[in-house]
Design a protein around this ligand. Structure first.
Ligand code: PXP
Length: 239
């Protein structure tokens, strides 16, 4: 059965809105784990707009499942990751102005620097995943430069405007899962997944873990985090 990694960045976004201490993402992580999450995902951004260094350090000490750190492959972030040692680092592209991660990492264009970043993290005992579009060349390059996992960017599928383009995007994801699996890469997926569209992607099979943030935290505001996580765990389980 596929696993669920809960991205708790938005809990920190609410805290940062007032610059105070609550809600605390560390408490949110504990509740998500108690509700059945298989992992906790956070994105430490260069501008620290939501998750702070303090959160990363405390979560490293308190997360009992798996801590996945999303980050840009910069010297600053690589040094932090090697010092804190999350279980996995997912390398993502990062632009200051974007609302959220807008596209996959172009591992073909940045192959050399990403290859070095992967080696540095793996030397530090950290598994490395690359957040890429469901594209044959990107997957082959990710494999060539030594990634352990890919995370398939599901944004184009989630934002498809009609059933036909949704179907086409789903086929791209399915083919990407097959290719990556054949090459020996682990496969995760995420971005834009919600309580409706998760069913089709989870039914494909072959995806080890889904990283989901916005839809879970949005539902949590209305029904509570425990219930929101349990609902998503069930959807993935019975897809
Ligand atoms: N995976 C990656 C690599 C991401 O950057 C994000 C967004 O931070 C997510 C998953 C979660 O996306 P969403 O918040 O749309 O569920």
């Amino acid at each position: 059965m596929a696993k669920l990694g809960v991205n708790i960045d938005h809990v920190a976004t609410i805290r940062q809105a007032r610059g105070g201490a609550e809600p605390d993402p560390v408490a949110a992580a504990a509740i998500a784990e108690l509700a059945g999450a298989d992992g906790i995902t956070i994105h430490l951004r260069e501008d620290r707009r939501h998750i702070q260094d303090r959160d990363l350090k405390l979560l490293r000490q308190t997360v009992k499942t798996k801590l996945n750190l999303e980050m840009a492959a910069t010297d600053e972030m690589l040094a932090i990751a090697v010092a804190v040692k999350p279980d996995m680092c997912t390398l993502v592209p990062e632009k200051r102005q974007e609302l959220t991660t807008e596209g996959g990492l172009d591992v073909r264009v940045h192959a050399q620097s990403i290859e070095k970043a992967i080696a540095r993290l793996q030397d530090g005992g950290i598994h490395v995943s690359l957040f890429i579009d469901p594209d044959t060349d990107q997957i082959k390059t990710a494999n060539r430069i030594g990634a352990d996992y890919i995370e398939i960017h599901t944004g184009s599928f989630a934002e498809a405007s009609d059933w036909k383009s949704e179907e086409q995007e789903l086929i791209k994801i399915e083919n990407s899962v097959k290719l990556a699996t054949k090459l020996g890469l682990g496969v995760n997926a995420g971005h834009g997944l919600n309580y409706t569209n998760i069913k089709k992607v989870a039914a494909l099979g072959g995806i080890e873990e889904f990283n989901i943030g916005h839809s879970i935290i949005s539902r949590a505001v209305l029904v509570g985090l425990d219930r929101a996580v349990r609902d998503m765990v069930d959807l993935i389980k019975y897809a």
